[in-house]
Design a protein around this ligand. Structure first.
Ligand SMILES: NC(=O)c1ccc[n+]([C@@H]2O[C@H](COP(=O)([O-])OP(=O)(O)OC[C@H]3O[C@@H](n4cnc5c(N)ncnc54)[C@H](OP(=O)(O)O)[C@@H]3O)[C@@H](O)[C@H]2O)c1
Length: 210
C-alpha cells in the first residue's frame, strides 16, 4: 500500500518515518515543492519520494493530511482524493494558538466538506508528534500499546486505518462517528493528549456504556 502525505513538518515527517519503517511506500509534499524536500527524502531512504501536493494525493492509496487546518489552500484538489481513505490529523488552531469556534460542527466534518467524495477518518489528532516518535511499541501485545483514536463514518475505512496504526506500533481504537468521535478528539476534549493504553481505553469505554 502507498501513502501520500500532505504536509512534511513535525507530524508529516514523523509519520512518514514510521510508515517507511513498517515497509510502506511514501510520498511527501509541502507548500514549497519537491525540491525543498530532497534532504528529507535522503534521510527517509529508498521508500520515500517527494512530489507536488496533488501528485502525492494521486500517489497514495491512503492520504494523510498534516498541514494547518486553517489553510484550506494547502489541501489537494478533491478530484485526486475521490473514494480514497483520507486521514485527517489536523487540529483547528488559528495562527495565534486560539481555537476556531465551530459550533455544533467538528474540524474533520469541515475537512469532509472541503474534500467531497473522500472517506475521511480522523486519527493522530490527540497525540504529540514527539510521543509518536518515542512511543511505538510493536513488541507489545495490542492491549498494552498506547491507543490512537479513530473517528469516521465508514467502518471499512476505519478498520484499514486501525491496521495501519498497529503496523507502526500503536493500537487503534474506534471511538465513533466523525461527529461524535470527532468531538471527543478535538483540542481540550476528553481524549486530547490522553496517554492511555488500548486495554485501559476499552475498559473505560465498557464502563461508560453501563
Ligand atoms: N505537532 C503536533 O504534535 C501535532 C499533533 C497532532 C496534530 N497536529 C496537526 O498536524 C498538522 C501539522 O502540524 P505540524 O506540527 O506538523 O506543523 P508544521 O511542522 O508547521 O508543518 C506544516 C506542514 O504543512 C505544510 N504547509 C502546506 N501549506 C501550508 C500553508 N498554507 N501554511 C503553512 N504550512 C503549510 C508546510 O509546508 P511548508 O513548510 O513548505 O510551508 C509543512 O510541511 C496541524 O494541523 C496540527 O494541528 C500536530
Amino acid at each position: 500500500m502507498k501513502i501520500g502525505i500532505i504536509g512534511a513538518g513535525n507530524m508529516g515527517f514523523t509519520l512518514a518515518k514510521l510508515f517507511i519503517k513498517a515497509r510502506y511506500q511514501v510520498a511527501i509534499s509541502n507548500s514549497r515543492g519537491p525540491e525543498s524536500l530532497q534532504e528529507m527524502v535522503k534521510q527517509l531512504g529508498d521508500n520515500c519520494i517527494a512530489l507536488k501536493v496533488n501528485d502525492a494525493a494521486a500517489f497514495g492509496d491512503v492520504v494523510l493530511l498534516t498541514v494547518p487546518w486553517r489553510s484550506p489552500e494547502a489541501l489537494p484538489d478533491p478530484q485526486y482524493l475521490k473514494d480514497k481513505i483520507v486521514i485527517d490529523a489536523m487540529n483547528p488552531y488559528k495562527e495565534n494558538g486560539e481555537l476556531f469556534e465551530l459550533g455544533e460542527s467538528t474540524s474533520s466534518e469541515e475537512t469532509a466538506k472541503r474534500l467531497p467524495g473522500s472517506l475521511i477518518v480522523k486519527a493522530f489528532n490527540t497525540i504529540h508528534f514527539k510521543h509518536l516518535a518515542d512511543a511505538p511499541q510493536k513488541e507489545l501485545p495490542l492491549q498494552e500499546r498506547r491507543a490512537i483514536f479513530i473517528a469516521g463514518d465508514n467502518t471499512e475505512a476505519k478498520a484499514k486505518v486501525a491496521r495501519l496504526i498497529e503496523q507502526i506500533g500503536f493500537a487503534g481504537i474506534d471511538n465513533g462517528s466523525l461527529h461524535d468521535g470527532g468531538k471527543l478528539q478535538e483540542p481540550n476534549a476528553e481524549l486530547y493528549n490522553k496517554e492511555i493504553t488500548c486495554g485501559e481505553a476499552l475498559t473505560l469505554e465498557a464502563k461508560n456504556r453501563k
